[in-house]
Design a protein around this ligand. Sequence first.
Ligand code: G6P
Length: 367
Amino acid sequence: GQVGKDGYRHYMEKELHEHPVAIGQTLKRITDPASKRITLPPMPFDLAQVPRVTITACGSAYYAGMVGRYWLESLARIPVEIDVASEMRYREPPQPDKGMALLISQSGETADTLGVLRSLKKAGQSIVSVLNVEHSTIGRESDLVLGMDAGPEISVASTKAFTAQLSVLAALAIEFARARGTMDQAHEERLTASLLDLPSRAAEVFTRTKDIQAMAGVVAQARDVLYLGRGICTPIAFEGALKLKEISYIHAEAYAAGELKHGPISLIDQTVPVVAIAPSTILFDKTLSNLQEAKARGGRILVFTDTAGAKRLEGVAEQIVIMPDVDAFVVPILYAIPVQMLAYEVALLKGTDVDQPRNLAKSVTVE
Ligand code: G6P
């Protein structure tokens, strides 16, 4: 049936507020809260025997895949190949025997992602897809669908489907790690508990709306914005820059913070704000020193961090959004929310058509 805006100004605003529910509903299908174990459906092949995972997606789903790569590599020590679907489709990288292809898509209809599915199937790979719309073309052609339960997403720019995708990928990485013997039960329980805690932590993020609006005030004045992250937060910087471009039409670029000195630092002055995703849990000292370099060049520094990080950023950051403290494992899921909210608040200040940005489509079903 028809999905309404429930009193919100835009579908995007409503869907941002649905992050906690989307994560919670998705986790309900793949976790057992009593035992704190992951309960994904059985795989039609032996995870312990998979020599490599090939991840493919487009847009925000691709950035979810980048986070998935970090988790699979670090927790399950499995080699991962990843590319955007439009590149993977024609690169045709050599595929190993018994390899697994992992397609990520909100709609399940993206033409390039479907094209990769078909070519990897021909190359003998097992096809697993992470989808919001399970009854879709990608869903029908997959060997296994790992469904999220984000509910319908109407706004063109993806929001809640992103954190739901990440929730599934986190569970999959744990499942792989268990199968491959790289994670003991206590570790699984700790990580699963941090996932189960996410809906409440995600709901807390909305108490930071005023701080995010203050940050939006700075970003909305800019013509170019630089987003920085490190490690598992780098894809979240990419997601932030993409969302800003999509709905506010402000040019944004995202970089791994360590690459700053290899180029983008030449752009920085008072007119180019730097948005950093820098929780104190992940490579914080390195990012802090990158931000000090940017500040020394006159850059206006805006940071998403936690309480401990905020203390260390005094005198460096002009605006800080202090996030709830969470386990480093779930940081990329939680920090995606304020980064998307920032883009939304900037779009409001710019007065753009938030739900239907020019030239973009919700689902790109042509190549
Ligand atoms: C479009 C949307 C994006 C989305 C991408 C991939 O470009 O505007 O928000 O991330 O398609 O879509 P999918 O349905 O495959 O996740």
